[in-house]
Design a protein around this ligand. Structure first.
Ligand code: GLU
Length: 466
């Protein structure tokens, strides 16, 4: 059997991290098996679907580099096909017109509730042979089997059995003729030859209805794997109050796409106690057996930790692409100043996100706008002398051949003046960055051009002029 998976989002908002995880699992499963990954946009709900949401999904997929082999297919472009299938189901007796009005159904529900019964459609038009009421546009309902059971052999949940008598005759076409989700999803999964449906377990209850539809259409149902939900740290269903839920918000917040994927793969899947997975490892190790059975909880601290692992170990030229985007967002440019790669190397073990890195990078790419008052207040009357000595020592451009020689030159200044390095270092950092936090002095200096160092030392020296 050829392996074909799909991600089938409804474009009614941004790409949610739960959706991105579903996409990732479907993508990994297809890649691992040498199969095909399809993107299908389920946009039949015209009131809730927007072009902006479609774009947000495509942007999110692209940013995460979840490449699909086929698609995007749009359900709104397949309406004729759905209509034809509905006609076939009507013609073969697997579906029927139902003329019950909203008022009829409301009254039915009220009566059922008053009797303490479970509300549901009473199949009143299932065997109707009379004259239909005039002026009522009917819906089309699926003639669900009345007896027997549907067994879902779920890849995650195991064997789940549903009694047919618990399943309504579901509406497959609304009164305006538009098809509903349960119909379109089955038609598409058949036509697109999907072998494995991996999706959130909020769809588990739809699965027996869909399996009955497959049978009515003479098709083999695919294998299903329903993913447990993602919860917030407090155990409640994930929502905006738990922080970012949109994939692109994670970009804004300074996370790397591969770090986010690594985080997502661990939300509900494990391989021993390994935490860090390269994309290649995810592809080679992912399996449905490793999917956890209980809900996963987001863990923002873990994401920060993972992101730093990627900052430290990912090829800086890959990180630089994303970092340059953040610099541009902050109105900074790397046209002058250190290469983004050098800055990433220098700061990777001091920051967790690209937003933090961008803040740290500001003094390297923009003129100083002032000095941290606290750091300035710590300086005493010896500062001018130290700055003069630094200016003289660092005037030698040959020092820029290595970080060690720069470090050495600063140490010598301290020795010559008979002061501690703890006096020279903060002053040098203050001159270069406007504050006193940075990597080693040699590394910090190496990120500047010698002339810029001279200019910044002179600028701070001017504080004590006269
Ligand atoms: N369009 C559905 C949703 O976004 C997914 C359907 C499916 O995966 O079967 O929830």
């Amino acid at each position: 059997m050829s392996i074909r998976t799909r991600f089938a989002p409804s474009p009614t908002g941004y790409l949610h991290i739960g959706g991105a995880r579903t996409a990732l699992f479907s993508y990994l499963f297809a890649r691992r098996q040498g199969g095909v990954f399809v993107l299908r946009v389920e946009d039949t709900d015209r009131e809730r679907s927007t072009p902006e949401s479609v774009q947000a999904i495509l942007d999110g997929m692209q940013w995460l580099n979840l490449e699909y082999d086929e698609g995007p297919f749009f359900q709104t472009e397949r309406m004729d096909r759905y209509r034809a299938v509905i006609d076939t189901l009507l013609a073969t007796g697997h579906a029927y017109h139902c003329y019950a009005s909203k008022e009829d159904l409301d009254a039915l529900r009220a009566a059922q509730e008053a009797r303490g019964e479970k509300p549901g459609y009473d199949r009143r038009y299932r065997d109707f042979t009379g004259t239909p009421p005039v002026g009522v546009a009917p819906v089309v309902r699926f003639r669900n089997p009345l007896d027997g059971e549907v067994v879902v052999e779920d890849g995650v949940r195991g064997r789940v059995v549903f009694a047919n008598r618990e399943l309504d005759d579901l509406i497959i076409a609304r009164s305006d003729g538009t098809p509903t989700y349960n119909l379109t999803v089955v038609v598409d999964d058949i036509d697109m030859r999907i072998s494995h449906v991996i999706r959130g377990d909020d769809h588990l209850n739809n699965t027996p209805r869909q399996i009955n539809l497959y049978h009515a259409l003479g098709a083999m149902p695919p294998q299903f794997a329903h993913l447990p939900m993602i919860h917030g740290p407090d155990g409640a269903k994930l929502s905006k109050r738990h922080g970012a839920v949109s994939v692109m918000q994670y970009r804004e917040d300074g996370y790397l796409p591969d770090a986010l994927l690594n985080y997502l793969v661990r939300l509900g899947w494990s391989h021993g106690d390994q935490e860090v997975f390269s994309r290649a490892e995810m592809v080679s190790l992912f399996d449905i057996d490793g999917i956890n059975h209980s809900a996963a909880s987001i863990n923002p601290e873990k994401l920060r930790w993972l992101n730093q692992q990627y900052l430290k170990t990912q090829d800086p030229s890959v990180t630089a692409v994303e970092f340059s985007w953040h610099l541009a967002q902050a109105g900074l440019s790397d046209a002058t100043g250190p290469t983004p790669e050098a800055l990433i190397r220098a700061y990777a073990d001091r920051v967790h996100t690209l937003v933090e890195l961008t803040e740290a990078a500001r003094p390297y790419y923009a003129p100083l706008t002032g000095y941290d008052p606290q750091a300035l207040a710590k300086q005493d009357a010896s500062a001018p002398e130290v700055l003069d000595a630094l200016s003289r020592a660092l005037a030698d451009a040959a020092l820029w051949s290595s970080v060690e020689s720069l470090d050495q030159a600063v140490k010598q200044v301290a020795e010559q003046l008979g002061v501690k390095l703890g006096k020279v270092g903060p002053l040098l950092r203050l001159a270069l960055l406007g504050h006193s936090n940075s990597p080693s002095l040699g590394v910090t200096l190496s990120l500047f051009q010698p002339a810029e160092v001279a200019a910044r030392l002179a600028a701070l020296r001017a504080h004590w002029a006269g």
